[in-house]
Design a protein around this ligand. Structure first.
Ligand code: AMP
Ligand code: TRP
Length: 323
């Protein structure tokens, strides 16, 4: 039995990139009988950038509702909110003391964030140590993540090896699972879809808002009558990620044939999203309109997660002479 573990920060509303790039593939892994999954909402990590408690709670509920809407089985697996298992903060202190300063100073994500953000706080700097704790506290074997998290997983393994070298085999060394075949989903402007670029598609928006948002997809100024290049157009790229091969072939023909405008393509994309995700949109709304139901799901996992965390932390404390 392999233990799979991954987390998504509650630093924004879940978008199509998170769904196709992280949530759907992770749920597919969790459906394999040989696996047991720990999936959590990284709300402590979101404190590095989000200071408004109300917004954090809303984002936490939105991310949780997205996992639930896409069918994550919370009976078989463990689904929880990071902050409700505070043992992770205790482990965080211990592992801070095993993390070399230059390792953190050289992290790509810290360099990137410290160039972009006005609030460059110490939490942003030690972010990878807390992430290592998320993984090591639960004896995770496999951690499915996007390419951008590769260095964080290397740091986790480094920290765990340093600790094990001094104190014996306390931590399991986790393997990153980076699916290179998962496409990077483009945003409205054609760049990578990301909450920090303000270019996201939130498939859970109301019909009207979703339509308005899809109409914001940037296109060139080729006139309606003229043929269009599907391979250089963001609406086509997004449509291709969601449609069947037959639908994509028809859309390609429409682009190349002329007399088919970007407005037509955007309408087709909107209708496809509404149709393809009808069930997920409905379930998502049921949860969002009943936050107690979300809290109940999360509470179920919190107990299961805490039981594992306490055992592992005890092992660490014994090794350090604190217990
Ligand atoms: P983030 O929203 O950056 O915290 O990312 C959460 C997860 O979603 C990570 O595993 C990312 O790799 C994945 N993800 C984020 N944006 C995209 C995108 N545009 N395309 C594919 N996957 C993405
Ligand atoms: N840093 C990850 C991201 O931004 C989120 C995360 C926090 C995570 N802790 C984790 C992912 C532990 C995997 C395992 O995407």
């Amino acid at each position: 039995m392999a233990r799979i573990l991954t987390g998504i920060q509650s630093s924004g509303k879940p978008h199509l990139g998170n769904l196709l790039g992280a949530i759907q593939p992770a749920i597919a892994l969790s459906e394999n009988e040989a696996n047991e999954s720990f999936f959590f909402i990284a709300d402590l990590h979101s404190l590095t950038t989000i200071k408004d408690p109300q917004i954090r709670v809303e984002n936490t509920h939105a991310v949780a509702a997205a996992w639930l809407a896409f069918g994550f089985d919370t009976e078989k697996n463990t689904f929880y909110r990071q902050s409700r298992v505070p043992q992770v903060c205790e482990l965080n202190w211990y592992l801070n003391c095993y993390t070399p300063f230059p390792m953190l100073a050289n992290a790509h994500s810290f360099k990137d964030k410290s160039d972009r953000l006005a609030d460059v706080n110490a939490g942003l700097f030690t972010y990878p140590v807390l992430m290592a704790c998320d993984i090591l506290l639960y004896d995770a074997d496999i951690v499915p993540v996007g390419k951008d998290q590769k260095q964080h997983l290397e740091m986790t393994r480094d920290i765990a090896s340093t600790f094990n070298h001094k104190h014996g085999d306390i931590f399991i060394l986790p393997e990153a699972q980076i699916d290179e075949t998962v496409m990077t989903v483009p945003g409205l402007d054609g760049q990578k879809m990301s909450k920090s670029y303000g270019n996201i598609i939130d498939i859970f928006q109301s019909d009207k808002e979703l339509k308005k948002n899809i109409n914001r997809i940037v296109s060139d100024s080729t006139p309606l009558e003229a043929p269009k290049n599907p391979d250089e157009d963001t609406t086509f790229a997004l449509y291709s990620l969601l449609a069947t091969p037959e639908q994509v072939a028809t859309m390609r023909k429409n682009y190349l044939g002329g007399n088919y405008g970007y407005g037509h393509a955007k309408k087709a994309l909107y209708e496809l999203i509404i149709d393809k995700f009808a069930k997920e949109r409905q379930v998502y709304n049921e949860y969002i309109n009943d936050p107690d139901l979300i809290e109940k799901e999360l509470a179920k996992g919190e107990e299961k997660a805490a039981a594992v965390a306490k055992k592992v932390l005890e092992r660490v404390k014994k090794a350090l002479g604190f217990a």
